[in-house]
Design a protein around this ligand. Structure first.
Ligand code: PLP
Length: 443
């Protein structure tokens, strides 16, 4: 039987996905392996973004769903030179296992990337991971027992939810506004938990150009959050994939750099500043925690990819990584501006959206009666345009249904305009239908 943990795509979409695997699963009316599964797999959820990958790969679909970096911006010549150099000069080492924590040279390059954001880090406090995603997964694996509370933003990164629910976390989501997570409400939650004799295992935040909300945590709130962690002896899990992708405004300090009490675990990645395909990220943590991350990583995959590290290290010797970041920032800024202008032009009155100063995403809020999972089914069927429905960013899979995440990063400007135009049409039709059926006009 196809249950909610297998797919977040509404039933209506199944016929649309072309995912033969899921279709085949839908036909099975019993599961002969049922008795073998670990109990926790009952809590496993698929990430809505992953489910959508197959749908949006169809060429006729304009996908504003996936947060896909503009990898076409990377110089083919540079890539060819890097690949050639490592295969000609270091082929045996490139093909070999490496240390669990990663090569020192990789960690030195990571320290350079973090220094560019004003954060200074000792390379002995870094472990190289398979993307920041592995950092999220290992954090949950190492810190969460079934039923343990963790605090996250509402909405939160849809890809983090499976990592948290896989370990049966009790995810308490705290609303954010234009200044990021409401630290006052997070504090209330911590105090409420303390009354029950509990403590959140960590507070998971994406302080810069939030995925999916597009907002950034303001400086006063950064100080407040770090002070709260200090006062209540809490761990902050700071996930910062987008910090370098700023289009305007002043850079803000990382929580890691503001913290003086070793309360922050920092997650970084090369995915957005170089390539997600190389799957290299990192965790920075205090020594005792880092030792646990090392044990967790040994069990998960022994070591980060040697080939990927060699590529990154050669790239840092060969090219100017910051120039490439500046180049993609120009691409993303223009795409954001195009999407904002298209939203103004084509989205109906009664909808609103964020104005991100960087990153990949705009978060739109539609009237409360619109369910964005149903809207997605319609948008795909009628207009062949995709987005991420808001409920994918809540652990209950239900809240936030009137929100949508729009990614401007990976789509050429003419397709962005066309996609927003088509989507605006579907939303308008839904609003008109609602009114025709006697619903009130909502703003
Ligand atoms: C907030 C956030 N954290 C982590 C990740 C995972 O990144 P990586 O490719 O480094 O695993 C993403 C990817 O989109 C993200 O948006």
């Amino acid at each position: 039987m196809l249950t909610k943990q297998h797919s977040t795509i509404p039933g209506l979409l199944l016929k649309e996905t072309g995912q033969t695997r899921i279709k085949a699963m839908a036909k099975i009316d019993f599961d002969k392996y049922e008795e073998f599964y670990a109990k926790r797999t009952g809590e496993m959820r698929s990430s809505v973004m992953r489910d959508l990958m197959a749908v949006v790969a169809r060429p006729e679909v304009i996908s504003l769903a996936g947060g896909l970096p503009s990898t076409e911006s990377f110089s083919r010549k540079t890539l060819a030179k890097i690949m050639n150099d490592i295969s000609m000069r270091e082929s045996a080492a490139t093909l070999q296992y490496g240390p669990t924590e990663g090569f020192d040279e990789t960690k030195e390059n990571i320290a350079k990337v973090m220094a560019a954001e004003g954060t200074h880090v000792d390379i002995d406090h870094i472990i190289v991971t398979t993307g920041a995603q592995q950092g999220i997964d290992l954090s949950a694996r190492l810190l969460v027992d079934p039923g343990d509370a963790i605090i996250a933003e509402a909405p939160t990164y849809p890809g983090a939810i499976p990592s948290f629910t896989n370990f049966q976390a009790d995810v308490r989501q705290i609303p954010l506004d234009d200044d990021g997570i409401r630290v006052d409400l997070a504090r209330k939650e911590v105090e409420q938990l303390a009354k029950e004799g509990r403590k959140p295992k960590f507070i998971y935040v994406i302080p810069n150009f939030h995925n999916p909300a597009g907002v950034s945590l303001s400086l006063p709130r950064r100080h407040e959050l770090v002070a709260m962690a200090e006062e209540h002896k809490l761990i902050i899990l700071e996930d910062n994939p987008y910090g370098q992708l700023r289009f305007e405004g002043e850079p803000l300090p990382t929580l890691y750099s503001l913290d003086k009490e070793n309360n922050v675990i920092y997650l970084g990645t090369f995915s957005k500043i170089l390539s997600p395909g190389i799957r290299l990220g990192w965790v920075v943590a205090p020594a005792p925690l880092l030792a646990k991350f090392n044990l967790g990583k040994q069990a998960a995959d022994l070591c980060p990819s040697t080939l990927a590290q060699m590529m990154v290290n050669r790239y840092f010797q060969e090219a100017h990584w910051r120039e490439y970041v500046e180049k993609v920032v120009r691409v993303y800024r223009a795409r954001r501006d195009t999407m904002l202008a298209a939203l103004e032009e084509y989205f109906p009155e009664g909808s609103r959206w964020t104005h991100p100063q960087g990153g990949f995403f705009i978060w739109a809020t539609l009237p409360g009666y619109i369910n964005s999972a149903d809207l997605l089914a319609l948008a795909l069927e009628e207009e062949q345009v995709a987005f991420v429905p808001g409920s994918g960013a809540w652990a209950d899979g239900l809240s936030g249904a009137n929100h949508i995440r729009l990614a401007f990063c990976g789509v050429p400007e003419d397709r962005i305009v066309e996609g927003i135009k088509r989507l605006g049409k579907v939303i308008r039709e839904q609003m008109e239908l609602y009114r025709a059926l006697g619903g009130q006009k909502e703003s």
